[in-house]
Design a protein around this ligand. Structure first.
Ligand code: GAP
Length: 489
């Protein structure tokens, strides 16, 4: 049985709810993720990263940043502001089109996505083996989506099919209305519409509006890319599944500018590179990753694929790869009155570049990494929970565990920890039995435990225990940094 088969067997015994429950509890107990402002009862879909979570998230972001900007000498990074001139969002189409069709239940005052209600209804018909009904409603739904007035058409389907609210069974529906997902706030002293600014719903626009600034200051030539990591905000109505869908989240986006006509080739190359980043760099199980091609496209895209991950609650998107054409730069040219063309120095050609975008959600990826890593197994006759993180992203790289707190052993261990922590995040643990200390480290995914024992005093060696197999080898303590560095490369 391979290691990943073993994980699946372990996880297969647990229901999706149970796995999520265990993960949420571990995340809080060990300091990965806390509910936001918990002492006040929290805030829906908002979370805080704890000491281990913030360390691990930083590792993920660093890996992404380096794989974009260091690995490609034609990609540079920026850090744009969250609030921008509001015309940006008119030009990008977000003011007019970044909407979801919502319907309210008048009795319970709860709000739902109308399209999701219909999609779930079709799914339910399929599960009940009512294929013909599912096809019939599916055809209505397709027509409704493309009709002049999709809101009315969605409403008619919901009423005709007697679709009920999934959580309450009630069906006292309002009409369907479009609900804009952007958060609005007011800048300055006046609370009128002249001060409206938006919290950015994607980081991408900060890149588009800086196209010429970056190109000129960094002397970039097409094809080139601009990368950015930053917060984005969406007033999501459908929430849940822990940190999967949040109202405040982080994106890792890269916009790659190409000559019109070259976008297909760039799209395919980025598709391949991004997929293998998850398997080769992050060590995610290949079988848990899937491609999905969009039929319904966002207002800016002419081709879009998602990389999806098998979460315990279903197969869901973690990254989108979009061919955005010249939509954004052209729109900004029109709305700002500034020329967004690129002039090819060699040929004198002028054009507005096309864009291939890779857009990953850092928090969703974080959740995928938690789900992928969660393992229950038995070592030395004892059950344990292990987070099988790739050593590259593990928040703590090694633990130093002295068999005795005091005397020469304790002193050697303290010095050893000090020297290792110059280069690595290291934990020092001297309390409890050695078995308990191993379990504590396994549960947070620490790849290596170095134990200082009697032999260390005699010959300066320590045991190095590898988390996944619990196997141990003796190494010279002066070589431990090198040993660890090689394992993390
Ligand atoms: N610039 C393109 C763009 O924003 P998107 O597919 O809407 O595309 C990209 O978002 C990624 O951002 C998604 O694949 C997902 O990982 C993440 N994301 C989107 N909405 C999110 C939310 N409410 N909570 C957490 N992550 C989210």
């Amino acid at each position: 049985m391979s290691a990943s088969d073993h994980d699946r067997v372990r996880q297969a015994n647990l229901s999706p709810d149970k796995i999520m429950h265990k993960l949420v509890s571990l995340a809080k107990r060990r300091g990965f993720v806390f509910p936001s402002s918990e002492i006040y009862g929290g805030l829906s879909s908002c979370f805080d990263y704890g000491p281990l979570g913030s360390e691990m998230k930083k590792n993920v972001k660093d890996l992404w940043w380096n794989s974009m900007t260091r690995k490609h000498d034609n990609i540079v990074g920026i850090d744009a502001s969250i609030m921008m001139n509001p015309t940006v969002w008119e030009a990008s189409g977000h003011v007019s089109s970044f909407n979801d069709p919502m319907i309210d239940d008048k009795t319970t005052k709860r709000r739902y996505r109308a399209d999701h209600l219909i999609e779930n209804h079709i799914e339910k018909l399929r599960k009940e083996k009512r294929e013909e009904d599912a096809r019939r409603v599916g055809t209505y739904y397709e027509r409704a989506s493309e009709s002049e007035d999709p809101n009315k058409a969605f409403y008619d389907i919901i009423v005709a099919e007697e679709i009920k609210a999934p959580d309450t069974g009630s069906a006292d529906w309002t009409e369907v209305r479009q609900f804009n997902l952007m958060f609005q706030c007011n800048m300055g002293a006046l609370a009128d519409s002249s001060g409206i600014v938006y919290l950015r719903p994607e980081t991408a626009q900060g890149i588009f509006v800086n196209f010429h600034n970056v190109r000129e200051s960094s002397r970039m030539r097409v094809p080139f890319g601009i990368a950015q990591i930053g917060k984005a905000f969406r007033n999501e109505i459908v929430k849940g599944n822990f940190i999967f869908r949040m109202v405040e989240f982080e994106q890792m986006e890269m916009q790659y500018f190409v000559k019109p006509g070259d976008q297909q080739e760039a799209f395919e190359a980025w598709r391949e590179e991004r997929f293998s980043w998850y398997t080769d760099r992050l060590g995610i199980d290949r079988e848990k990753l899937h491609w999905y091609r969009h039929d319904k496209l966002a207002h800016y895209a002419d081709l879009a694929y998602d990389i999806k991950f098998s979460f315990p609650f279903g197969v869901e998107e973690i990254e989108g790869i979009h061919s955005r054409t010249d939509f954004d730069l052209r729109q900004h040219q029109e709305f700002s009155g500034k020329n967004m063309e690129y002039i090819d120095q060699a040929t004198g050609e002028r054009y507005i570049p096309y864009v291939v975008e890779t857009s990953a959600g850092c928090d969703r990826l974080f959740l995928a990494l938690l789900c992928d890593a969660y393992t229950e197994d038995v070592v030395d006759g004892e059950e344990r929970v292990m987070m099988k993180f790739s050593p590259k992203i593990a928040p703590v790289k090694a633990a130093v565990l002295p068999l005795m707190k005091k005397g020469e052993m304790g002193e050697k261990a303290a010095r050893f920890r000090e020297s290792l922590s110059e280069s690595f995040p290291v934990q020092y643990d001297e309390s409890g039995s050695i078995g308990k200390r191993y379990r504590r480290q396994d549960e947070i995914g620490t790849p290596y435990c170095f134990t200082i024992d009697h032999q260390t005093i005699e010959d300066g060696t320590v045991t190095a225990r590898w988390r996944d197999t619990a196997t141990q080898e003796r190494i010279d303590m002066t070589k431990a940094g090198e040993f660890l560095g090689a394992k993390l490369a």
